[in-house]
Design a protein around this ligand. Structure first.
Ligand code: UDX
Ligand code: UDX
Length: 464
C-alpha cells in the first residue's frame, strides 16, 4: 500500500511535532493535521512562529519549511479523512473523572469519536494508526467501531476497509524533535504484514531498519504504558533515596552517580527533583493500575500505585520542608517561585509539581511571585483557579530579579538553564533576611548561594 496522503486527528503536543517531522522526511506525502480546536489550528498557521501552540526547540524551523507545501493544519476533519490513505489518531486520553474507573482509567471518548469519524468519512482502504497512548486492547474498540460502519448500507460500503496499527510515540517534551529524528526505536504493532510494511516504509526514510520493531498489537499498546511506568518508577525510587540522604548526611547526586555507573542500572532518569510531572507518567501508571485491577491482579495494581503515591508524598514533603524552615508559618510571607513548567524547555505545565507545591504554599497563607521563561500567566491562572486561590495572592513577573524582590525565600522548581548562573550576591540584597533558597532541582551553585549569605536547602543533600 503506497501512502500518498496522511491525516492526523489531534494537533497537540504529540500530533503537531510528529507530523512536522514526518512531513520533513517525506516531501512526497501530503500530511493534514486536523483538530477541533480552531484557536489551536489558527496558532499552527500563524505567520508569527512564536505563536505556535507547542514550543519545542527546532520545531519552528521545520514548520517554516513544510507548512503550506506538504504539511497543512485545518479544522476540516471530514474532508481530510476522506482523502487519506493513513489516519493517525493523536487525540488526548485524559484520566476519567466520573463513572467506572474514575480517577484511573483513560477516558476514551475522544478516541472513540475519532474512530467514528473515520468510519463515517473514510473512503476505500484506510490504515488507522493509534498514536495516542491507550489502554491495552483499545485497538479492539477502534476496530469494532470501524467494522460497524461496514454493516451500514451506505453507498460506498462495498469499498470501505480498515487496518488498525499501534504505533506509540516515545518523544519527550523539550527534546521532541531530536527524539523524533533519532528515535531509540519505532514500535509498530499490528496483524496485517502489508499494513505494517506501509508504515515501516514511511519511517525507513530516516530511521535505521534495525530500530523499527514489529510486535503484536497488544504488546505494542502495553509496551508504551510499561516504558512510562518504568521511567516514572526510577524517579520515585531516587526521590525516596533523596529523603534518606537528607536524613543521613549522604548526597543523592553522589548516590545517583555511583549507581548510574553500573551498566545494568544506567545513568539516565536518576535525577532527584520535585517529583515527576507531565501529561503522561501519572495518567499512564493509573491506567496500568486500572488494567491490573480489572484483570484481578490487585498486588500488581498496588505495586504501581505506590509509584504515584510516593510522587504525591514527595511533593508535599518539599512543601513541608519550606514551611518548617520558614519558622512554621508562611502567613503573609512572600516567596518567589522559579520555574512552573513540569521540566525545562517546554511551556507545558500539565501535572507540574510546581502546581501542587504552589497550592500547598498558598494554602499556608504565602504570597507568591512566579517566574518561568516560557509559561504564560493565563496558563498558570488555570492551574491556580480563582475559585480556590485568590488571584491577589500570587503574581507572575518577567524577571528573576523582580520575582525575588522582598521575598523570604526562592523555590527552584524547573531546571531552566537561566537559573543555573544567577547572581546570588545581587539577588540576596533584594531578599528579606534571613532568606532561604530551596533548590528542588540541584541547579544553583551551592558555594555562590552560601557565600551570598543565603540559607540553602537542596534536594537530597544531607551535607548542608
Ligand atoms: C498525547 C497523546 O495523544 C496522549 O494519548 C498521550 O498520552 C499524551 O500525549 P497530547 O498531544 O499531549 O496527547 O494532547 P493534547 O496536546 O491535548 O492534544 C490533543 C489534541 O486533540 C487537542 O488539540 C484537541 O483539540 C484534539 N482533539 C481532541 C481533536 O481534534 N478531536 C477530538 O475529538 C478530540
Ligand atoms: C515522558 C517520556 O519520557 C516519553 O518517552 C513519553 O513519550 C512521554 O512521557 P515527558 O513527560 O515529556 O516524556 O518528560 P520526561 O523527560 O520523561 O520527564 C517527566 C518528568 O520527570 C518531568 O517532570 C521531569 O522533570 C522528571 N524527571 C525526569 C526527574 O525528576 N528526574 C529525571 O531524572 C528525569
Amino acid at each position: 500500500m503506497d501512502i500518498r496522503n496522511i491525516c492526523c486527528i489531534g494537533g497537540g503536543y504529540v500530533g503537531g511535532p510528529t507530523m512536522a517531522v514526518m512531513a520533513l522526511k517525506c516531501p512526497d506525502i501530503q500530511i493534514n493535521v486536523v483538530d477541533i480546536n480552531k484557536e489551536r489550528i489558527n496558532n499552527w498557521n500563524d505567520k508569527d512562529l512564536s505563536k505556535l501552540p507547542v514550543y519545542e526547540p527546532g520545531l519552528a524551523e521545520i514548520i517554516m519549511k513544510c507548512r503550506g507545501k506538504n504539511l497543512h493544519f485545518s479544522t476540516k476533519v471530514r474532508e481530510m479523512i476522506e482523502i487519506a490513505d493513513m489516519i493517525f489518531i493523536s487525540v488526548n486520553t485524559p484520566t476519567k473523572t466520573k463513572g467506572i474507573g474514575a480517577g484511573k482509567a483513560s477516558d476514551l471518548k475522544w478516541v472513540e469519536n475519532s474512530a467514528r469519524e473515520v468510519a463515517t468519512f473514510s473512503k476505500g482502504h484506510s490504515i488507522v494508526v493509534e498514536k495516542s497512548t491507550l489502554p491495552v486492547r483499545t485497538a479492539e474498540v477502534i476496530q469494532s467501531i470501524l467494522n460497524s460502519s461496514q454493516n451500514q448500507t451506505k453507498p460506498d460500503y462495498e469499498n470501505k476497509s480498515f487496518d488498525v496499527l499501534s504505533n506509540p510515540e516515545f518523544l519527550a517534551e523539550g527534546t521532541a524533535i531530536d527524539d523524533l529524528l533519532n528515535p531509540d526505536r519505532v514500535l509498530i504493532g499490528g496483524d496485517n504484514p502489508e499494513a505494517i510494511k506501509s508504515l515501516r516504509n514511511i519511517y525507513k526514510r530516516w530511521v535505521p531498519d534495525r530500530k523499527i520493531l514489529e510486535t503484536n498489537i497488544w504488546s505494542s499498546e502495553l509496551a508504551k504504558l510499561t516504558a512510562n511506568a518504568f521511567l516514572a518508577q526510577r524517579i520515585s525510587s531516587i526521590n525516596t533515596i533523596a529523603a534518606l540522604c537528607e536524613s543521613t548526611g549522604a548526597d543523592v547526586r553522589e548516590v545517583s552517580r555511583a549507581i548510574g555507573k553500573d551498566s545494568r542500572i544506567g545513568s539516565k532518569f536518576l535525577d532527584s527533583g520535585p517529583g515527576f510531572g507531565g501529561s503522561c507518567f501519572k495518567k499512564d501508571i493509573l491506567n496500568l493500575v486500572y488494567l491490573a485491577e480489572y484483570f484481578g491482579l490487585p498486588e500488581v495494581a498496588n505495586f504501581w500505585n505506590n509509584v504515584v503515591s510516593i510522587n504525591y508524598w514527595h511533593q508535599h514533603r518539599i512543601s513541608k520542608i519550606i514551611i518548617k524552615k520558614l519558622f512554621g508559618s508562611l502567613s503573609g510571607k512572600k516567596i518567589g517561585i522559579l520555574g512552573f513548567a513540569f521540566k525545562a524547555n517546554t511551556n507545558d505545565t500539565r501535572e507540574s509539581s510546581a502546581i501542587q507545591i504552589c497550592k500547598d504554599l498558598l494554602e499556608e497563607g504565602a504570597l507568591l511571585t512566579i517566574h518561568d521563561p516560557k509559561v504564560e500567566k493565563n496558563k498558570i491562572s488555570k492551574d491556580l483557579p480563582e475559585e480556590s486561590f485568590d488571584p491577589n495572592t500570587w503574581d507572575v513577573l518577567d524577571s528573576v530579579e523582580k520575582t525575588l524582590k522582598n521575598t523570604h525565600a526562592a523555590v527552584l522548581l524547573t531546571e531552566w538553564s537561566d537559573y543555573s548562573n544567577l547572581d546570588w550576591d545581587n539577588l540576596a540584597k533584594k531578599m528579606v533576611k534571613p532568606a532561604w533558597i530551596f533548590d528542588a532541582r540541584s541547579i544553583v551553585d551551592k558555594t555562590k548561594v552560601l557565600d551570598a549569605g543565603l540559607n540553602l536547602w537542596r534536594i537530597g543533600d544531607g551535607s548542608i
